[in-house]
Design a protein around this ligand. Structure first.
Ligand code: FCB
Length: 454
């Protein structure tokens, strides 16, 4: 593998922002410290059979204690921007009051970032919903949760807002809604199609209420949301497959982007929400459609859709066909490597919705290469990053308004239902010793970032 970073693609503008991304539940650990209470992911991990390696987030990368070391590493590698999430369960007590100890952790983290010249980019909700809101209000199936999110947003705005120039409300609400309430493979593990659409509605309502609540406290923060829109190609040209791919894209993209721009959902999605349709109240759409300063787009792969077969697939209107590893490279988690999709999906969105400036807020690959003799040579990830950054640089050169790139992830971490079995970090973590080892891909990125800033 050629590790030379001299770009074989158009140079990025000098002002392009380079960063790395993480999420609280995936790295922090310190789960029982400083008055933190459990999230739905703690509860989910405690249920047998939910997590592939039966692991949990109690310790994770122990970032709660090791954040100074991790931020020093970030700085050494040349990242100048850091996207992280705040754990709702750490900063707000169950009674809704502020938890000073939890807030203090983020203040220390922000101090450290500032000291190293790294700009913070915070996400308020990266799936770790307080467990008590699940118990008392049904989590995202309850409208009250959206109001609680707005209270949480206002609290963070008051307590930490002066230190946070850019804030995203939600990360990938599709995952919370559909992986959590339709497929049931993510917390809270519900399997009910209409519920997933109701959850999606309440998540977007929470976004809108959260933006309103934040802006009522501070007007100077750039606010946005992070989505994971997907390109769903039909398996064949057959009309039934083409229709299935469209249904998959409606669920994945339109359900989230339409409300952001005050547009009603497509009729097919209203039909799928069924009896819950009356829980979408008049006026909700206007709340969802708050002006956005930016949008974060996460991109990993595309999907291939086919006409549904089983009963649950018919309810959804599509089924996904797994990629064929004989035809196209897949990463260790089984996701197709499809860099062209980054441009195709972005252009598709731009044609359909008036997007604000874009940040590429997550992109990366599962490559489980181990450390050998103190080094981790991760050719799969390196090739993945090279091809996706080549694609991105072409898009920027062609004039698409994309202002920055955050690699997922800084560290190997708790990959949700996959536990610790999938490694997405550019820095290897030995979970037994918590030893960090930058991989070849991190060194390659380091060179690319420094030459692009030169
Ligand atoms: C995204 C999530 C992130 C991580 C990557 C691999 O969907 O936002 O937390 O798990 O996938």
């Amino acid at each position: 593998m050629n590790n030379d970073a001299s770009p074989t693609f158009p140079a990025f503008p000098a002002a392009f922002e380079w960063g790395c991304a993480t999420a609280a539940f995936q790295i922090e650990g310190g789960a029982l410290e400083g008055g933190k209470h459990p999230s739905i992911w703690d509860d989910f991990c405690a249920q047998p059979g939910r997590i592939k390696d039966a692991s949990d987030g109690l310790v994770a990368c122990d970032h709660f204690h090791r954040y100074p070391e991790d931020i020093a590493l970030m700085a050494e590698l040349g990242f100048r921007h850091y996207r992280f999430s705040i754990a709702w369960t750490r900063v707000v007590r169950e009674d809704g009051s502020a938890n000073p100890e939890g807030l203090d952790f983020y203040r220390r983290l922000l101090d450290e970032l500032e000291r190293r010249g790294i700009t913070p980019n915070a996400t308020l909700f990266h799936w770790d919903l307080p467990a008590h809101l699940q118990r008392t209000h049904g989590g995202w199936l309850g409208r009250e949760t959206a109001h609680r999110f707005a209270d949480y947003a206002a609290l963070v705005a008051r307590e930490l807002g002066d230190r946070l120039p850019r804030v995203a409300t939600l990360n990938e609400p599709w995952c919370s809604a559909f992986l959590g309430h339709d497929l049931g493979v993510f917390a809270p593990g519900v399997q009910d199609r209409p519920s997933s659409l109701l959850a999606a509605h309440h998540l977007m309502l929470a976004h809108g209420l959260g933006v309103q609540a934040w802006r009522a406290v501070r007007g100077d923060t750039r606010l946005g949301i992070v989505l994971n829109p997907e390109l769903c190609d039909p398996a064949t040209e057959a009309p039934a497959d083409v229709a299935a791919a469209r249904m998959a894209e409606l669920e994945r993209n339109d359900v989230f982007l339409d409300p952001l721009f005050g547009r009603e959902w497509p009729a097919e999605m209203i039909e799928q929400i069924g009896a819950f349709a009356d829980q979408r109240l008049p006026g909700d759409l206007a709340i969802c459609a708050q002006p956005l300063d930016f949008i974060g787009l996460n991109y990993y792969t595309r999907s291939i859709a086919q006409a549904p077969d089983r009963e649950d697939e018919r309810r959804r209107g599509y089924r996904f066909v797994p990629p064929d590893p004989q035809r196209r490279a897949v990463t260790d988690i089984g996701w197709e490597v499809y860099p062209e999709g980054l441009e195709r999906v972005t252009r598709k969105l731009l044609a359909q919705w008036p997007l604000p400036p874009i940040w590429s807020t997550e992109n990366g690959a599962a490559d489980n290469t181990p450390v050998v003799d103190g080094a981790c040579d991760d050719p799969l990830r390196l090739g993945y990053l090279r091809s996706h950054l080549a694609q991105l640089s072409g898009m920027v050169a062609a004039g698409l308004d994309i202002r920055g790139y955050y690699v997922w992830s800084l560290l190997d971490n708790f990959e949700w239902a996959q536990g610790y079995s999938q490694r997405f970090g550019v820095v290897h973590v030995d979970y037994a010793t918590q030893c960090r080892t930058p991989k070849a891909s991190a060194r390659w990125l380091q060179q690319l970032m420094s030459s692009s800033r030169a």
